[in-house]
Design a protein around this ligand. Structure first.
Ligand code: B12
Ligand code: SF4
Ligand code: SF4
Length: 321
Protein backbone atom coordinates (compact mmCIF):
# COMPACT_ATOMS: atom_id res chain seq x y z
CA UNK A 1 0.00 0.00 0.00
CA UNK A 2 1.17 3.51 -0.83
CA UNK A 3 0.73 4.71 2.77
CA UNK A 4 2.94 1.87 4.10
CA UNK A 5 5.59 2.75 1.55
CA UNK A 6 5.38 6.44 2.46
CA UNK A 7 5.84 5.53 6.13
CA UNK A 8 8.84 3.35 5.26
CA UNK A 9 10.44 6.11 3.16
CA UNK A 10 9.98 8.62 5.98
CA UNK A 11 11.39 6.25 8.60
CA UNK A 12 14.41 5.51 6.42
CA UNK A 13 15.00 9.21 5.73
CA UNK A 14 14.83 10.05 9.45
CA UNK A 15 16.44 7.05 11.11
CA UNK A 16 19.00 5.83 8.60
CA UNK A 17 19.85 8.95 6.61
CA UNK A 18 19.56 11.48 9.45
CA UNK A 19 17.24 14.02 7.83
CA UNK A 20 15.61 16.20 10.50
CA UNK A 21 12.38 16.75 8.58
CA UNK A 22 10.63 14.70 5.91
CA UNK A 23 7.28 15.31 4.22
CA UNK A 24 5.54 14.40 1.00
CA UNK A 25 3.66 16.52 -1.52
CA UNK A 26 2.29 16.00 -5.01
CA UNK A 27 4.19 16.97 -8.14
CA UNK A 28 1.37 19.38 -9.09
CA UNK A 29 2.15 22.87 -10.37
CA UNK A 30 3.17 25.42 -7.75
CA UNK A 31 1.00 28.56 -7.80
CA UNK A 32 3.91 30.68 -6.45
CA UNK A 33 5.50 30.52 -9.89
CA UNK A 34 3.40 33.59 -10.73
CA UNK A 35 5.09 35.49 -7.89
CA UNK A 36 8.48 34.36 -9.09
CA UNK A 37 7.66 35.68 -12.56
CA UNK A 38 6.71 39.08 -11.07
CA UNK A 39 9.85 39.11 -8.95
CA UNK A 40 12.05 38.52 -11.97
CA UNK A 41 10.09 41.04 -14.09
CA UNK A 42 10.77 43.66 -11.40
CA UNK A 43 14.49 42.91 -11.64
CA UNK A 44 14.61 41.87 -7.95
CA UNK A 45 16.89 38.95 -8.84
CA UNK A 46 19.72 41.37 -9.69
CA UNK A 47 22.37 39.67 -11.78
CA UNK A 48 21.36 36.09 -10.84
CA UNK A 49 20.82 35.31 -14.53
CA UNK A 50 20.02 31.68 -13.71
CA UNK A 51 16.86 32.79 -11.85
CA UNK A 52 15.55 34.63 -14.90
CA UNK A 53 16.55 31.89 -17.34
CA UNK A 54 14.87 29.10 -15.36
CA UNK A 55 11.89 31.01 -13.89
CA UNK A 56 9.46 29.30 -16.29
CA UNK A 57 10.64 25.85 -15.08
CA UNK A 58 10.66 26.32 -11.30
CA UNK A 59 6.95 25.86 -10.65
CA UNK A 60 6.73 22.43 -12.29
CA UNK A 61 8.64 19.36 -10.99
CA UNK A 62 7.85 17.57 -14.28
CA UNK A 63 10.66 19.52 -15.89
CA UNK A 64 13.03 17.54 -13.67
CA UNK A 65 11.25 14.22 -14.05
CA UNK A 66 8.50 13.94 -16.69
CA UNK A 67 6.87 10.96 -14.87
CA UNK A 68 6.85 12.82 -11.53
CA UNK A 69 3.85 12.17 -9.25
CA UNK A 70 5.24 12.99 -5.81
CA UNK A 71 7.99 15.00 -4.17
CA UNK A 72 9.62 13.84 -0.94
CA UNK A 73 10.87 17.02 0.75
CA UNK A 74 13.67 16.83 3.32
CA UNK A 75 15.46 19.31 5.56
CA UNK A 76 18.61 19.27 7.66
CA UNK A 77 19.09 21.67 10.52
CA UNK A 78 22.35 23.54 11.03
CA UNK A 79 21.19 25.32 14.18
CA UNK A 80 24.03 25.24 16.70
CA UNK A 81 22.72 27.36 19.51
CA UNK A 82 21.89 30.93 20.44
CA UNK A 83 24.87 32.75 19.02
CA UNK A 84 23.78 35.57 16.76
CA UNK A 85 27.18 36.51 15.32
CA UNK A 86 25.90 39.65 13.64
CA UNK A 87 25.33 41.18 17.09
CA UNK A 88 29.07 40.98 17.81
CA UNK A 89 30.29 44.55 18.22
CA UNK A 90 33.85 43.77 17.06
CA UNK A 91 34.37 45.60 13.80
CA UNK A 92 37.29 43.42 12.83
CA UNK A 93 35.27 40.23 12.61
CA UNK A 94 34.64 38.87 9.15
CA UNK A 95 31.38 37.03 9.68
CA UNK A 96 30.55 33.99 7.60
CA UNK A 97 26.86 33.01 7.50
CA UNK A 98 26.14 30.04 9.71
CA UNK A 99 25.08 27.70 6.91
CA UNK A 100 28.48 28.21 5.28
CA UNK A 101 30.68 27.41 8.30
CA UNK A 102 30.48 23.72 7.57
CA UNK A 103 30.73 21.08 4.90
CA UNK A 104 28.90 22.05 1.70
CA UNK A 105 25.27 21.03 2.18
CA UNK A 106 24.86 20.37 -1.53
CA UNK A 107 27.19 17.39 -1.17
CA UNK A 108 25.83 16.21 2.19
CA UNK A 109 22.16 16.33 1.21
CA UNK A 110 22.57 15.12 -2.37
CA UNK A 111 24.43 11.96 -1.27
CA UNK A 112 21.71 11.11 1.20
CA UNK A 113 18.98 11.77 -1.35
CA UNK A 114 20.67 9.37 -3.76
CA UNK A 115 20.61 6.75 -1.01
CA UNK A 116 16.94 7.52 -0.40
CA UNK A 117 16.30 7.13 -4.14
CA UNK A 118 17.98 3.69 -4.12
CA UNK A 119 15.84 2.71 -1.15
CA UNK A 120 12.73 3.74 -3.12
CA UNK A 121 14.00 1.71 -6.10
CA UNK A 122 14.42 -1.39 -3.91
CA UNK A 123 10.97 -1.10 -2.35
CA UNK A 124 9.19 -0.21 -5.60
CA UNK A 125 11.12 -1.67 -8.52
CA UNK A 126 10.69 0.42 -11.65
CA UNK A 127 10.00 3.65 -9.75
CA UNK A 128 11.90 6.61 -11.18
CA UNK A 129 13.45 9.29 -8.99
CA UNK A 130 15.66 12.35 -9.17
CA UNK A 131 17.40 14.24 -6.35
CA UNK A 132 17.44 18.04 -6.17
CA UNK A 133 19.27 20.42 -3.81
CA UNK A 134 19.26 24.18 -4.27
CA UNK A 135 20.63 24.38 -7.80
CA UNK A 136 17.81 22.47 -9.51
CA UNK A 137 15.11 24.72 -11.00
CA UNK A 138 12.46 24.14 -8.32
CA UNK A 139 10.64 26.35 -5.83
CA UNK A 140 12.03 24.42 -2.89
CA UNK A 141 10.48 26.45 -0.07
CA UNK A 142 7.01 26.30 -1.59
CA UNK A 143 7.30 22.52 -2.07
CA UNK A 144 8.48 22.14 1.54
CA UNK A 145 5.60 24.29 2.78
CA UNK A 146 3.13 22.15 0.81
CA UNK A 147 4.74 18.99 2.24
CA UNK A 148 4.13 20.33 5.77
CA UNK A 149 7.79 21.01 6.71
CA UNK A 150 7.13 24.63 7.65
CA UNK A 151 5.76 27.94 6.38
CA UNK A 152 7.43 30.71 4.38
CA UNK A 153 7.88 33.55 6.88
CA UNK A 154 7.89 37.30 6.33
CA UNK A 155 11.69 36.97 6.05
CA UNK A 156 11.03 34.63 3.05
CA UNK A 157 12.67 31.65 4.81
CA UNK A 158 10.99 28.33 5.50
CA UNK A 159 10.34 28.06 9.26
CA UNK A 160 9.49 24.93 11.19
CA UNK A 161 7.65 25.30 14.50
CA UNK A 162 10.07 22.98 16.30
CA UNK A 163 13.38 23.50 14.48
CA UNK A 164 13.15 27.15 13.42
CA UNK A 165 14.49 28.30 10.06
CA UNK A 166 18.15 27.27 10.12
CA UNK A 167 17.34 24.51 7.70
CA UNK A 168 18.71 23.38 4.36
CA UNK A 169 16.30 21.82 1.92
CA UNK A 170 16.36 19.04 -0.64
CA UNK A 171 13.88 16.97 -2.61
CA UNK A 172 13.47 13.55 -4.13
CA UNK A 173 11.16 13.88 -7.13
CA UNK A 174 9.64 10.48 -7.90
CA UNK A 175 7.23 8.73 -10.22
CA UNK A 176 5.61 7.00 -7.22
CA UNK A 177 2.14 8.15 -6.21
CA UNK A 178 2.49 8.65 -2.44
CA UNK A 179 -0.10 10.08 -0.04
CA UNK A 180 0.69 13.79 0.48
CA UNK A 181 1.05 15.44 3.89
CA UNK A 182 -0.96 18.46 5.00
CA UNK A 183 0.58 21.83 4.04
CA UNK A 184 1.77 23.98 6.97
CA UNK A 185 -0.03 27.25 7.74
CA UNK A 186 1.47 30.66 8.56
CA UNK A 187 2.67 31.27 12.12
CA UNK A 188 4.30 34.71 11.82
CA UNK A 189 1.21 36.39 13.25
CA UNK A 190 1.70 40.08 13.98
CA UNK A 191 5.48 39.81 14.39
CA UNK A 192 7.60 42.03 12.12
CA UNK A 193 11.02 41.63 13.81
CA UNK A 194 12.86 40.52 10.66
CA UNK A 195 11.51 43.36 8.54
CA UNK A 196 12.82 45.97 10.99
CA UNK A 197 16.14 44.24 11.69
CA UNK A 198 17.35 43.95 8.10
CA UNK A 199 20.42 46.23 7.89
CA UNK A 200 19.79 47.16 4.25
CA UNK A 201 15.96 47.35 4.26
CA UNK A 202 15.88 44.59 1.67
CA UNK A 203 12.20 43.66 2.17
CA UNK A 204 10.01 45.82 -0.02
CA UNK A 205 6.99 44.26 1.69
CA UNK A 206 6.49 41.37 4.13
CA UNK A 207 7.55 38.15 2.39
CA UNK A 208 9.12 39.88 -0.57
CA UNK A 209 12.85 40.37 -0.75
CA UNK A 210 14.62 42.62 -3.23
CA UNK A 211 17.79 40.58 -3.65
CA UNK A 212 19.66 43.62 -4.98
CA UNK A 213 19.64 45.05 -1.45
CA UNK A 214 20.26 41.77 0.40
CA UNK A 215 23.71 41.27 1.94
CA UNK A 216 23.53 37.57 1.15
CA UNK A 217 23.08 38.32 -2.54
CA UNK A 218 25.64 41.13 -2.57
CA UNK A 219 28.40 39.17 -0.85
CA UNK A 220 27.80 35.76 -2.49
CA UNK A 221 26.03 36.09 -5.82
CA UNK A 222 26.75 39.57 -7.09
CA UNK A 223 29.62 40.16 -9.49
CA UNK A 224 31.07 43.61 -9.94
CA UNK A 225 31.46 46.45 -7.46
CA UNK A 226 29.28 46.61 -4.35
CA UNK A 227 26.85 49.56 -4.17
CA UNK A 228 28.52 52.45 -2.29
CA UNK A 229 25.34 53.40 -0.45
CA UNK A 230 25.06 49.95 1.16
CA UNK A 231 28.71 49.56 2.19
CA UNK A 232 28.25 50.78 5.80
CA UNK A 233 25.45 48.23 6.31
CA UNK A 234 27.56 45.35 5.02
CA UNK A 235 30.01 45.32 7.90
CA UNK A 236 30.85 42.74 9.37
CA UNK A 237 29.28 40.33 6.84
CA UNK A 238 31.97 38.75 4.68
CA UNK A 239 29.79 36.02 3.20
CA UNK A 240 26.01 35.78 3.53
CA UNK A 241 23.85 37.19 6.30
CA UNK A 242 21.75 35.75 9.16
CA UNK A 243 20.21 38.87 10.68
CA UNK A 244 16.59 38.27 9.61
CA UNK A 245 16.79 34.74 11.03
CA UNK A 246 18.76 35.61 14.16
CA UNK A 247 15.95 37.91 15.34
CA UNK A 248 13.18 35.45 14.54
CA UNK A 249 11.50 34.19 17.73
CA UNK A 250 11.09 30.74 16.16
CA UNK A 251 14.87 30.27 16.27
CA UNK A 252 15.17 31.01 19.98
CA UNK A 253 14.35 27.55 21.29
CA UNK A 254 15.35 25.37 18.37
CA UNK A 255 17.30 22.26 19.44
CA UNK A 256 20.77 21.57 18.04
CA UNK A 257 20.85 19.38 14.93
CA UNK A 258 20.53 15.60 15.22
CA UNK A 259 23.13 14.99 12.53
CA UNK A 260 26.87 15.61 12.86
CA UNK A 261 27.16 15.83 9.08
CA UNK A 262 26.86 19.60 9.23
CA UNK A 263 29.09 20.17 12.27
CA UNK A 264 30.84 23.56 12.39
CA UNK A 265 34.28 23.70 10.87
CA UNK A 266 37.03 25.50 12.74
CA UNK A 267 37.91 28.34 12.17
CA UNK A 268 35.11 29.48 9.88
CA UNK A 269 33.21 31.10 12.74
CA UNK A 270 36.17 33.15 13.91
CA UNK A 271 37.66 34.74 10.83
CA UNK A 272 38.89 38.30 11.09
CA UNK A 273 39.70 40.98 8.53
CA UNK A 274 43.35 40.75 9.51
CA UNK A 275 43.66 36.96 9.28
CA UNK A 276 42.03 36.98 5.86
CA UNK A 277 44.03 39.94 4.63
CA UNK A 278 47.21 37.91 5.13
CA UNK A 279 45.92 35.06 2.99
CA UNK A 280 46.99 34.61 -0.59
CA UNK A 281 44.80 32.93 -3.19
CA UNK A 282 46.08 29.43 -2.31
CA UNK A 283 45.34 30.09 1.37
CA UNK A 284 41.79 31.13 0.58
CA UNK A 285 41.29 28.05 -1.57
CA UNK A 286 42.46 25.85 1.31
CA UNK A 287 40.13 27.51 3.85
CA UNK A 288 37.09 27.44 1.58
CA UNK A 289 37.57 23.94 0.12
CA UNK A 290 34.56 21.66 0.54
CA UNK A 291 32.38 24.42 2.05
CA UNK A 292 29.84 26.83 0.51
CA UNK A 293 32.57 29.52 0.74
CA UNK A 294 34.10 27.97 -2.34
CA UNK A 295 31.54 29.97 -4.34
CA UNK A 296 33.52 33.11 -3.52
CA UNK A 297 36.51 33.44 -5.83
CA UNK A 298 39.58 35.26 -4.59
CA UNK A 299 38.96 38.62 -6.31
CA UNK A 300 35.49 38.76 -4.75
CA UNK A 301 36.90 37.75 -1.37
CA UNK A 302 39.14 40.83 -1.66
CA UNK A 303 36.17 42.95 -2.71
CA UNK A 304 34.12 41.84 0.31
CA UNK A 305 37.06 42.21 2.67
CA UNK A 306 37.69 45.73 1.46
CA UNK A 307 34.03 46.57 1.97
CA UNK A 308 33.86 45.39 5.58
CA UNK A 309 37.24 46.82 6.56
CA UNK A 310 36.36 50.36 5.46
CA UNK A 311 36.46 52.86 8.34
CA UNK A 312 37.73 50.26 10.77
CA UNK A 313 40.97 50.86 12.63
CA UNK A 314 44.22 49.34 11.46
CA UNK A 315 45.25 48.16 8.07
CA UNK A 316 42.75 48.56 5.28
CA UNK A 317 43.10 45.81 2.66
CA UNK A 318 43.17 46.76 -0.98
CA UNK A 319 40.50 45.24 -3.26
CA UNK A 320 43.10 43.30 -5.23
CA UNK A 321 45.32 42.15 -2.43
C1 B12 B 1 17.78 32.76 -5.24
C2 B12 B 1 18.04 32.28 -3.82
C3 B12 B 1 18.53 33.22 -2.91
C4 B12 B 1 18.54 34.72 -3.21
C5 B12 B 1 17.10 35.27 -3.08
C6 B12 B 1 16.41 34.83 -1.77
C7 B12 B 1 14.90 34.77 -1.82
N1 B12 B 1 14.27 35.05 -0.71
O1 B12 B 1 14.32 34.46 -2.85
C8 B12 B 1 19.57 35.24 -2.15
C9 B12 B 1 20.96 35.22 -2.74
C10 B12 B 1 19.27 36.62 -1.59
C11 B12 B 1 19.45 34.12 -1.09
C12 B12 B 1 19.77 34.31 0.23
C13 B12 B 1 19.66 33.32 1.21
N2 B12 B 1 19.44 32.01 0.98
CO1 B12 B 1 18.87 31.30 -0.76
N3 B12 B 1 18.15 30.47 -2.30
C14 B12 B 1 17.80 30.94 -3.46
C15 B12 B 1 17.17 29.83 -4.31
C16 B12 B 1 18.23 29.31 -5.29
C17 B12 B 1 15.89 30.23 -5.07
C18 B12 B 1 14.85 30.98 -4.21
C19 B12 B 1 13.74 31.56 -5.06
O2 B12 B 1 13.12 30.86 -5.83
N4 B12 B 1 13.51 32.87 -4.94
C20 B12 B 1 12.50 33.55 -5.73
C21 B12 B 1 11.52 34.28 -4.84
C22 B12 B 1 10.42 34.90 -5.71
O3 B12 B 1 10.95 33.31 -3.99
P1 B12 B 1 10.38 33.61 -2.54
O4 B12 B 1 10.76 34.95 -2.04
O5 B12 B 1 10.67 32.45 -1.70
O6 B12 B 1 8.80 33.66 -2.88
C23 B12 B 1 8.03 32.47 -2.93
C24 B12 B 1 6.89 32.47 -1.93
O7 B12 B 1 7.20 33.23 -0.80
C25 B12 B 1 5.70 32.98 -2.71
N5 B12 B 1 5.47 34.42 -2.73
C26 B12 B 1 6.31 35.41 -3.08
N6 B12 B 1 5.71 36.60 -3.07
C27 B12 B 1 4.42 36.36 -2.72
C28 B12 B 1 3.36 37.24 -2.56
C29 B12 B 1 2.11 36.71 -2.18
C30 B12 B 1 0.98 37.65 -2.03
C31 B12 B 1 1.96 35.31 -1.95
C32 B12 B 1 0.65 34.74 -1.53
C33 B12 B 1 3.07 34.44 -2.11
C34 B12 B 1 4.27 34.98 -2.49
O8 B12 B 1 5.93 32.55 -4.04
C35 B12 B 1 7.32 32.43 -4.29
C36 B12 B 1 7.56 31.14 -5.03
O9 B12 B 1 7.36 30.02 -4.22
C37 B12 B 1 16.82 28.75 -3.21
C38 B12 B 1 16.92 27.28 -3.67
C39 B12 B 1 15.73 26.86 -4.51
N7 B12 B 1 16.01 26.15 -5.58
O10 B12 B 1 14.60 27.19 -4.18
C40 B12 B 1 17.84 29.07 -2.09
C41 B12 B 1 17.34 28.96 -0.63
C42 B12 B 1 16.01 29.66 -0.56
N8 B12 B 1 18.32 29.74 0.11
C43 B12 B 1 18.58 29.28 1.30
C44 B12 B 1 19.40 29.92 2.26
C45 B12 B 1 19.91 29.09 3.41
C46 B12 B 1 19.70 31.28 2.12
C47 B12 B 1 20.30 32.22 3.20
C48 B12 B 1 19.79 31.94 4.61
C49 B12 B 1 21.84 32.13 3.15
C50 B12 B 1 22.56 33.14 4.06
N9 B12 B 1 22.61 32.90 5.37
O11 B12 B 1 23.09 34.10 3.58
C51 B12 B 1 19.82 33.60 2.67
C52 B12 B 1 18.46 34.00 3.26
C53 B12 B 1 17.97 35.36 2.80
C54 B12 B 1 16.46 35.45 2.86
N10 B12 B 1 15.93 36.20 3.81
O12 B12 B 1 15.78 34.80 2.04
C55 B12 B 1 17.80 28.02 1.58
C56 B12 B 1 16.63 28.43 2.50
C57 B12 B 1 16.25 27.43 3.58
C58 B12 B 1 15.09 27.98 4.37
N11 B12 B 1 15.01 27.65 5.65
O13 B12 B 1 14.24 28.68 3.87
C59 B12 B 1 17.36 27.57 0.12
C60 B12 B 1 16.01 26.87 0.04
C61 B12 B 1 18.49 26.64 -0.40
C62 B12 B 1 18.40 25.23 0.18
N12 B12 B 1 18.31 24.21 -0.68
O14 B12 B 1 18.40 25.01 1.38
N13 B12 B 1 18.97 32.97 -1.65
S1 SF4 C 1 19.78 38.10 4.78
FE1 SF4 C 1 20.40 40.02 5.79
S2 SF4 C 1 20.35 41.61 4.20
FE2 SF4 C 1 19.24 39.79 3.40
S3 SF4 C 1 17.11 40.19 3.90
FE3 SF4 C 1 17.93 39.02 5.63
S4 SF4 C 1 18.65 40.60 7.09
FE4 SF4 C 1 18.34 41.62 5.13
S1 SF4 D 1 10.88 37.43 12.65
FE1 SF4 D 1 8.65 37.35 12.98
S2 SF4 D 1 7.75 38.04 11.01
FE2 SF4 D 1 9.89 37.54 10.62
S3 SF4 D 1 9.82 35.44 9.91
FE3 SF4 D 1 10.18 35.33 12.15
S4 SF4 D 1 8.10 35.18 13.04
FE4 SF4 D 1 7.85 35.81 10.90
Amino acid sequence: MASDLAAEIKAHAHQVLGFDLVGITTADLLPGAAHLAQWVAAGAHGDMGYMAETAHLRGDPHHLLPEARSVVCVAMSYHTGPEPPELDPGHRRAVVARYARRKDYHTVIRRRLVRLGRFVGERAPGARWRPAVDTAPLLEKELAQRAGLGWIGKNTCLINRRLGSELLLGELVTSLALPPDQPETDHCGTCTACLHACPTRAFDRPGRLDARRCISYLTIEHHGPLPEALLPALRPHLFGCDVCQAVCPWNRHAPPPCSQALATRVPLGELTVDSLDGLGEAGWRAISAGTPLRRLDYPRLRRNLFAIATDSPGVRPKPNG
